[in-house]
Design a protein around this ligand. Structure first.
Ligand code: SF4
Length: 181
């Protein structure tokens, strides 16, 4: 057609920046198949809205901090790092490794709040000491059974929309030691 014009609009939307971050550029291969979301134990229980971002799930958690580290600094921490997402990804994005990498980058950039840093320090000392871990587990199970209001209260955003499971009488380790043949 005479006089017709062809307009090509290229939407970068932070992709060049992600390309420049060697540890994260692999995430740009995503074809949005959704497999990582469907397999993710966190996504399957929390749902898409809890990611407060257009792209939810594990892939969203590594794409979003690239756009705004302050706004999305919580997302890479919402993962167990089980690696199921990387395992199912058809284009082989190392999602769980990038989640771990983002945690370190966000900490270096000062985007992780003091409360979370302290909580992780405490968690680290509990998890690296089996005796303390077992005692804390005992105390936690007792507290959940006898003073559930300590956790099930309006200060706990998780509890507002979910029922907390009943605490078991014993840990898996205690059960195993009793029942192994
Ligand atoms: S499984 Fe891989 S390709 Fe599919 S949405 Fe997740 S990151 Fe993207």
């Amino acid at each position: 057609m005479q006089g017709a014009q062809l307009h090509i609009v290229l939407v970068d939307n932070g992709r060049s920046q992600q390309l420049g971050r060697a540890a994260f550029r692999n995430s740009l291969k995503c074809i949005r198949c959704g497999a990582c979301m469907n397999t993710c134990p966190v996504y399957r229980r929390s749902g898409g809205h809890s990611y407060h971002n257009a792209v939810a799930g594990p892939i969203g958690a590594i794409l979003a901090p690239n756009l705004d580290m302050s706004k999305y600094s919580d997302l890479p921490f919402a993962s167990t790092l089980c690696g199921s997402c990387s395992n199912v990804c058809p284009v082989k994005i190392n999602i769980h490794e990038q989640l771990y990498e983002w945690r370190q980058e966000l900490t270096r950039q000062g985007k992780v709040d003091f409360g979370k840093k302290m909580a992780l320090k405490v968690m680290s000392s509990v998890l690296s000491n089996p005796g303390v871990y077992r005692s804390m587990g005992k105390m936690g199970r007792w507290a959940l059974r006898n003073i559930p209001g300590m956790v099930n209260n309006s200060m706990n955003p998780w509890f507002k929309q979910r029922e907390m499971p009943e605490a078991p009488q014993e840990s898996f380790r205690e059960w195993y030691l009793k029942n192994r043949k």
